[in-house]
Design a protein around this ligand. Structure first.
Ligand code: SF4
Length: 358
């Protein structure tokens, strides 16, 4: 078989590698795995990006430079409704000015299978719409199982009888998931691991502290970018609840304006108009959790993220009206992990004291 001249790479985003890999495999190109995010990734991203651009842009750019250096010649990038919609074009211009030769494959603001198949055919002429639809569904199923187990971990990691068991099993699951190339196999694997996760012994109180995590989607979902905030909280015996996931984003996408209407309804009276990206959702979730008696909320965003900056004003009012503790973290290149840890620790102590008073 002749060697495929195309070598594709895609950026990191949380634990979704097996799902993204499935999508990239439909192109039948060689996959160039992007090295795990490291200090070097960040340095490369920050050095070559405009200073004021959002942090996810910089992380992605660092990912691409590392993959291009390893021989990739196609970049897969998505797009969204805010500045995310311009990432691909700007990154392309920067990388080309650095002398890299590659093609950009942009999953635009459309999940129209016909359009995507047509675009993907540039690299795999034998691709049919049926094949693409199957692959998309396979990747989606993978994402759903990943999210299901991530949630299990977020809610229970602080109560393990034998610390480390959840993470060890989750790593094994992700490895096995990469090899599953049929929907039936993914389902079987998911069910098998659901039992294994369920069998991990935990010692959990009836009414543990419950905290929500909201904010900009990349920083919420990519642990490297938020200094593993979920794990840090979870290990202190807090249930961490988060609602931003890739499958929810895809579902919302197919529902058009409906999710925005729901968010605005839940965010009433704190928001009247949609404030872009996931800003309205952050407010809606905060309002709901405050009413549900959650102990607190963590709001995370990249420095300068307008939708989430807008959300903060409404969040302050939710916090005041419900006496609902909210802590805000803004991430940029200067953010230090020590500072995050200190503030998290103080937030935790405050939640414990508040609970004791109750
Ligand atoms: S949501 Fe915020 S950080 Fe993310 S791309 Fe949009 S503006 Fe940038």
């Amino acid at each position: 078989m002749p060697e495929n001249k195309y070598k594709i790479c895609f950026p990191h985003m949380g634990n979704y590698y097996p799902a993204f890999l499935t999508l990239a495999e439909v192109l039948t190109c060689e996959i160039v795995p992007t090295p795990p995010i490291s200090k070097r990734t960040i340095e490369l991203g920050f050095k070559n990006s405009p200073e004021s651009v959002c942090i996810p842009f910089k992380y992605n750019l660092g990912n691409y430079i590392e993959a291009l250096d390893k021989g990739a010649n196609i970049i897969l990038q998505a797009g969204g409704g805010c500045r995310f919609g311009y990432y691909a074009e700007v990154q392309e211009a920067i990388l080309k000015s650095l002398g890299y030769k590659f093609e950009l494959l942009k999953l635009n603001n459309s999940l129209n299978p016909l359009k995507i198949t047509k675009e993907f055919k540039r690299f795999n002429p034998n691709l049919t719409m049926a094949k693409f639809a199957y692959t998309f569904s396979l990747a989606y199923q993978k994402a759903r199982w990943i999210e299901q187990f991530e949630e299990k971990i977020r809610l229970n990691i602080g109560f393990e009888v034998n610390p480390g068991e959840y993470e060890k099993l989750f790593k094994k699951f992700l490895k096995d998931l990469v090899e599953a190339r049929k929907i039936s196999l993914v389902r079987r694997l998911g069910r098998e691991y659901r039992e294994k996760f369920g069998a991990i012994p935990i010692d959990k109180p009836k009414n543990p502290l419950r905290v929500g995590l909201v904010g900009e989607l990349y920083v919420v979902m990519e642990p490297f970018s938020n200094f593993d905030i979920e794990k840090k909280l979870g290990k202190r015996g807090i249930e961490v609840h988060r609602f931003v996931t890739i499958s929810n984003i895809i579902n919302d996408f197919f529902l058009g304006q409906r999710p925005i209407k729901h968010w605005l309804r839940d965010a009433k009276p704190y928001l009247k108009y949609h404030i872009g990206a996931h800003g309205s959702e952050s407010v809606a979730v905060a309002h709901k959790l405050a009413k549900d008696g959650f102990d607190g909320l963590i709001h995370v965003k990249p420095f300068g993220c307008m939708p989430e900056v807008n959300a903060m004003t409404a969040l302050h009012r939710v916090s005041r009206d419900y006496k609902f503790p909210i802590i805000y973290f803004s991430f940029d290149s200067q953010t230090s992990e020590t500072g995050i840890n200190t503030r998290l620790e103080a937030f935790y102590d405050m939640l414990v004291m508040k609970r004791k008073k109750k």
